[in-house]
Design a binder for this molecule. Structure first.
Ligand SMILES: O=C([O-])CC(=O)C(=O)O
Ligand SMILES: [Mg+2]
Length: 219
């Protein structure tokens, strides 16, 4: 950790096995809205969790953290366990009085190779995070900083944005929001995504072919 604090109040489980990178390459091409459609429109976090800068996107296995609202000791400790490509998923109990994340933690995330951060709680230092280009989804921003006392837990199932996230589930997020693909459903979801993509491409082409020429539209 880059802070000096006792971690006695934290529960640290072992890491789950990592998801194959070929799945990630296949999924990265699809928008989150289509991923949701491929999961019967379930597995999508609530709209209170918003991208903190336009154009942010990420995909990767969940590194899960539970922390008391207004405290980020568990987040600091979790980053010691990070592997490149992880998406940090933080249940900060939806707290909206104090930020649990900021641009210094963003620097640590980037140094560890974290692909993105999803927080059921607040961040701060939004401008700095944008400048660092770390993709972050959160319930909003507050200048009020956190304590570093715990308690918390790492590599446990968490609730985030109204969805259960198990360690190692695939997270995919973009400007629309955040989707959680259970680790055991990735192949099925990929198959459905390809069908949805073909259907949408065909429909889009039919719509465009039906468009009246712009000269008649203006006449
Ligand atoms: O003070 C904190 O722990 C949160 C924060 O602003 C940062 O990480 O930059
Ligand atoms: Mg800060």
């Amino acid at each position: 950790m880059f802070i000096t604090a006792s971690t006695d109040s934290l529960v640290l489980n072992p890491r789950p096995l990592k998801t194959g990178t070929s799945d990630l390459r296949g999924l990265a091409q699809y928008p989150v809205a289509n991923v949701g459609d491929a999961m019967d429109r379930l597995g999508l976090m609530d709209s209170g969790l918003e991208s903190q800068w336009t154009g942010a996107s990420c995909i990767g296995p969940a590194l899960t953290v539970l922390t008391r609202e207004g405290d980020n000791l568990a987040i600091h400790r979790a980053l010691d366990d990070a592997e490149p490509g992880d998406v940090l998923v933080i249940n900060a109990l939806g707290g909206t009085t104090r930020a649990v994340f900021g641009d210094l933690l963003a620097e640590i995330c980037l140094a560890a190779g974290i692909a993105g951060v999803v927080i059921d709680g607040l961040t701060r230092d939004r401008a700095g995070i944008h400048e660092l280009q770390l993709p972050v989804w959160a319930r909003g921003v507050s200048p009020a900083g956190p304590a570093k006392n715990g308690p918390g837990a790492i590599h446990i199932p968490v609730a985030c944005g109204g969805v259960v996230v198990n360690p190692g589930d695939l997270i995919t997020a973009d400007d629309d929001g955040v989707a959680v693909i259970p680790a055991g459903r990735v192949e099925t979801v990929l198959g459905r995504l390809s069908q949805i993509d073909s259907f949408e491409s065909d429909l889009r082409a039919r719509i465009r072919n039906s468009a009246v020429p712009s000269s008649s539209a203006n006449a």
